[in-house]
Design a protein around this ligand. Structure first.
Ligand code: NAP
Ligand code: GDD
Length: 330
């Protein structure tokens, strides 16, 4: 019998790659699709799978729509990826962030429990929960200290998932994923902002790149690798919690150097530090220890930061070159 999966956040970076992976594995894939005035299907279109997934009108803040989505999709696996996921916005819309990224997960868990507690559940937890880090390398046992309304909302969702596993014996897992990027990354996140700028500057369509804290360090991996870890978690006998990371951390500054060097430029010639992009509270450094995911899931990151960033710059070079002349920078 065909396996069926439901993805919330299917139009996001991870949702699109996960949908592609599950389709390749023969799943029937449905996605919860919130109404938006503008086009949000570009990622599914870029992957050529827009017509292969069933989009079901719904929103994670609306329990009734989730109950309907579960009934219509007949999903045996639910991946909760929906979130207000941009940390910078979380201070400007803290309540919305809490409702979507925190309570939204509780709604999906409730919908699963009420529909069929045998459904397997994945929660998109995050290294942002480590925030002000309490250990040099963060693993599943490292205490959390979130530094943003986003991290706090995600921590609520994380513990709700663990609580539903312990209270109702749900097959519920959390993936504590460190930053992962791709050519499908939203333009507001720093890697894509940098790779897009490198492409525009190389093609004479932009002059400078304005950034905030370039000394911040992140453990960056490739989103295409990370969605495979999500799927592997739901194939285990029991739900559990896993850190997914590369085990290498790099400054924003060095990531800029890699991106600009790929198109023959020096980032220092174009970079302007703009306090507008500093955050009220910063996560200075993240570095994950993915040993458990390696041992239990047989998962390892296969894409280096250099491969990732050059892949993103190449994609942006093609996009920028294909734009009609006069298109403004994002
Ligand atoms: P993303 O590109 O920002 O995608 C977020 C998705 O959530 C979009 O499809 C968005 O739909 C959807 N969404 C927003 N509000 C919704 C609502 N009220 N109801 C239903 N859907 C809603 O994020 P991502 O990078 O793919 O990340 C996927 C998940 O992993 C997120 O939960 C994120 O917090 C988490 N995470 C990401 C990373 C990372 O480095 N990428 C690391 C750790 C954890 P619209 O496009 O229509 O708004
Ligand atoms: N976005 C952005 N824009 N970040 C900047 C800029 C800028 O102009 N200048 C410096 N940075 C720094 C941020 O201050 C942060 O320290 C770092 O670059 C990474 O920022 P983002 O790419 O926005 O990612 P994030 O680490 O805040 O959050 C992402 O990763 C989390 C996992 O750790 C998001 O994908 C979250 O949803 C995810 O949970």
């Amino acid at each position: 019998m065909t396996q069926a999966a439901l993805i919330t956040g299917i139009t996001g970076q991870d949702g699109a790659y996960l949908a592609q992976l599950l389709l390749k594995k023969g799943y029937a894939v449905s996605g919860v699709f919130p109404r938006r005035a503008s086009d949000t299907l570009w990622r599914l279109r870029e992957l050529g799978i827009e017509r292969d997934v069933a989009l079901i009108d719904g929103d994670v803040t609306d329990l009734s729509s989730l109950l309907r989505a579960l009934r219509e999709s007949k999903a045996g696996e639910v991946y909760n990826l929906a979130a207000q996921s941009f940390v910078g916005t979380a201070w400007k819309q803290p309540l919305l962030t809490g409702q979507v990224s925190g309570l939204g997960a509780a709604n999906v868990l409730e919908a699963v429990r009420l529909t069929d507690p045998g459904i397997r559940f994945y929660q998109a937890s995050t290294s942002e929960m480590f925030g002000l880090i309490q250990a040099d390398r963060q693993d599943e046992g490292t205490p959390f200290y979130p530094r943003s309304p986003y991290g706090i909302a995600k921590l609520y969702a994380h513990w709700m998932t663990i609580n539903y596993r312990e209270s109702f014996d749900l097959h519920a897992s959390t993936g504590i994923l460190f930053n992962h990027e791709s050519p499908l990354r939203g333009i507001e996140f720093v890697t894509r902002k940098v790779t897009d700028a490198a492409a525009r500057i190389a093609q004479g369509k932009q002059k400078e790149l304005r950034l905030g804290n370039i000394d911040a360090k992140r453990d960056w991996g490739y989103a295409g690798d990370y969605v495979d870890a999500m799927w592997r978690m739901l194939q285990q006998d029991k739900g559990d919690d896993y850190v997914v990371a590369t085990g290498r951390t790099t400054t924003v500054r060095e990531m800029c150097r890699i991106a600009f060097a790929h198109v023959g430029l020096a980032y220092e010639d174009h970079l302007v530090i703009d306090p507008k992009f500093l955050r009220p509270a910063e996560v200075d450094v993240l570095l994950g220890n993915p040993a458990k995911a390696q041992q239990k899931l047989g998962w390892t990151a296969t894409t280096s930061l250099e491969q990732l960033i050059t892949m993103m710059v190449d994609a942006d070079m093609r996009r920028v070159a294909a734009e009609p002349s006069g298109t403004p920078a994002a």
